[in-house]
Design a protein around this ligand. Sequence first.
Ligand code: NAD
Length: 270
Amino acid sequence: MDLFSIKNKVIIVTGGTGVLGGSFVIALAEQGATVVLIGQNEAIGNERVAALKKQGKEALFVAANVLQEADLINAKNTIIEKYGKIDGLVNGAGGNLPDGILPPGEDVFKMNIEGMKKTMDLNLWGTILPVQVFGPEIAKTGSGSIVNISSVNAKRTVTRGLGYSMGKAAIDLYTKWFAVEMANRYGDKVRINSIMPGFFLTKQNKNLLTNEDGSLTERGNLIIKNTPFKRFGNPDELVGALVWLLSDASKFVTGMDIGVDGGFTINSGV
Ligand code: NAD
C-alpha cells in the first residue's frame, strides 16, 4: 500500500497560476492526482495545463476570482461535469498586496486601511469562499482534505504588512474552528489543515526582498539572518507536507498548522 497515495484524486489548487501554486500543481500531478488550477491569469493557467498534458497528466484550468462566489460555483459545476467528484482543495491564492504594505518610514497612524482590508479580504475570504463552494463535494468523497496556506507572519511580528498578517492569523483561527465544526458533522470524512511556509522568493514578495539588480534588500538580509537554515525555501520543499496532508497518511490530523520555515518561527535570534 502506498501510504501517501493521492492517485486519481481530483484536487483543486487556487492560485495554481502563482509561484508556490505552480510547484504544488506539478507535485500533485506527478503523484497521479488530477489537478484543477484556479486563477485569473488564463494564459499561465492554460500554459501549465498544456505542459502537464504533454507529459500524460490530467489537468484542467478554470478561470475564477476566489472572491467571487458565482465564479467558484461555475468552476465547481465545470469540475463535477468533467470529473464527477472533488477530493481536495488547496487554497493557494493569496499574498501581500502592495497597497496593504506600510512604506518604510511611513507614519504608522496613516496606514492605508483600504489596502489592508483588500489584503485581508483576499487571504481570508479568498480561503473561506472556496471552502464554502467546494466543501460539500469534498465531504461526499469519504476522505476529503482541505489545505489552507498560512504564513510565519501570523505567528511572529513581521513589520510593514499588518493586513497580510491579520489575514493569515484569521486563517489560522478559521482552520481550527472549521475543523471542529466539520468533524461534528462529517466525522473523519473531511479534514482541514494549513501549511505555514517561511520565506520563499516569489512574485508577491520580490520587491520587498530583492533589489532591481537581484541583490537582497535590507529586509531580505534580515530574514536570512533570522532563519536558522540561512536561506530562503525552495517551492518544492513545501510539497512533501502538502501531499501528506492530502493523503490518507494524515488521516487522524485535522485543524493543524504545519510549519515549513527553515526554523524561522522557533528561533529567538540569541
Ligand atoms: P504568487 O503571487 O506567486 O501566487 C498567488 C497566485 O494567486 C497568483 O497566481 C495570483 O494571480 C493568484 N490570485 C491572486 N488573487 C486572486 C484572486 N482573487 N482569485 C484567483 N486567484 C488569485 O504568490 P506565492 O508566493 O506563490 O503565494 C501563494 C500563497 O502562499 C499565498 O497565500 C501567500 O500568501 C502564501 N505564502 C507565500 C510565502 C512566500 O514566501 N512566497 C510565504 C508564506 C505564505
